[in-house]
Design a binder for this molecule. Structure first.
Ligand code: ATP
Ligand code: MG
Length: 212
């Protein structure tokens, strides 16, 4: 049995064409079923639905043989025990620093002021500000980072941005782009050896179906 870990939403949706290229069709719609294990048209392939941030953990410990996870999630996880053969070029966005539109970020940085930064991505954020020599106090959040500058919880946020519409709607402006984000295929290192005959063709099919 091959177990593929996916998160519901954009990653599931954007992985479907790659699965199709490998001849795999998921037989149930995650938005309609309460099941967490979904069968496919191939009796020896199944999909498990997990939180986006849990995908690397499932694959690392063998709860799944492979999975699809955002670079953001992988950087926070650390990538331990994971083979990352492919950038799938899906779920694309960027990780950025944003502040309230009335906060003069450049001036604060220039003055060497300590800035309070709220984020779910503390590892990446810490590294980014250390590289720039900006002094920050990091506040770990798990959701709706946009709210932090509006309530005075923080001066800035580090969050994912795609269109920027959420920022605009909340009177925030993007002041720095930290990195481009897309999702990668992650494979359990032991599974790759033990189930190579099944996994290798799957990885090759995915590789051939990646859109530029
Ligand atoms: P939840 O939204 O359920 O709290 P999540 O934010 O971790 O969980 P998704 O929103 O499905 O899960 O995001 C999954 C991945 O998709 C992220 O890890 C990131 O790599 C990417 N992503 C997040 N937001 C966007 C976006 N607005 N546009 C494109 N890709 C995104
Ligand atoms: Mg989300």
């Amino acid at each position: 049995m091959i177990t593929l870990a996916l998160s519901k939403g954009r990653i599931f949706e954007e992985t479907l064409p790659l699965l199709a290229a490998a001849g795999i069709e998921v037989l149930e719609d995650p938005e309609k079923t309460r099941k967490l294990i979904l069968p496919t048209n191939q009796p020896d392939v199944r999909v498990v639905l997990v939180r986006a941030t849990d995908v690397p953990t499932y694959v690392q410990y063998g709860g799944a043989d492979l999975g699809v996870a955002g670079k953001d999630v992988l950087l926070e996880h650390g990538g331990e025990g994971l083979y990352q053969p492919l950038d799938l070029n899906i779920a694309k966005c960027r990780m950025s620093v944003a502040v309230r539109d009335d906060f003069d970020y450049a001036a604060q940085v220039k003055q060497g002021t300590r800035i309070r930064v709220a984020t779910k991505y503390t590892t990446v954020a810490r590294q980014h500000f250390a590289d720039k020599g900006v002094h920050v106090d990091l506040i770990k959040l798990y959701g709706s980072m946009e709210l932090a500058p509006l309530t005075g919880l923080a001066d800035a946020i580090v969050d994912l941005v795609s269109t920027g519409k959420t920022l605009v709607a909340n009177h925030l402006v993007e002041v720095e782009q930290i990195m481009e984000i897309s999702s990668r295929l992650v494979v359990n290192q032991a599974a790759l050896k033990l189930k190579r005959d099944k996994l290798r063709p799957l990885i090759d099919a995915f590789a051939g179906a990646i859109q530029p």
